[in-house]
Design a protein around this ligand. Sequence first.
Ligand SMILES: [Fe+2]
Length: 199
Amino acid sequence: MESTKKKSVSDFKPLLNQVTYSHELFNTTQSRSQEDISKFINILRGNYTRNLVDEGNGRYNLMLLAWAEGQGSSIHDHADSHCFMKVLDGKLCEVRFAWPSDSEEDEKEMEIIQETHLKTNEVTYMNDSLGLHRMENPSHTQTAVSLHLYCPPFESVLLFDQRTGHKTKGKVTFWSKYGVRTPFGAISAKMDKEDYENN
Ligand SMILES: [Fe+2]
């Protein structure tokens, strides 16, 4: 959703700082040994996993997402946050959609506006003014790992049904935090329908 509020340069300063910092973090994570980051790479057969790396004193969430072959996310928004993403391993496909009508009565297949194939080391950016998206690992033979920075962090997202455009609210949770499996991960069998995947 496009904000109509006029912004000054100073409004963007925190964002620019975060972009610079996220770039450093991307590089740092990239240069860490495989052993260092392996605790964040939890590939499961069920759903992709969301693994928190750093919370930036509440200013952002940095996380590794680990995708088994063929796994994908729901179509989701970004809660008015900025999202930077880098593919660390494998390939990912991003499918972008136009925002559907707000009317509950309207039931219409969501419109695809862009499809991008991202290779290892490629970076992309997403926010609500660019639409909605779904990420997926298109490979049936190779896993994928991606690094995501959300600034500011958010606790819930809107999830969309591609066939109807209808939305539901989902809670953002993590399969692991700082390399340790979360209690949520341990009780994932009792997962609430509204939770955002298993993550
Ligand atoms: Fe996203």
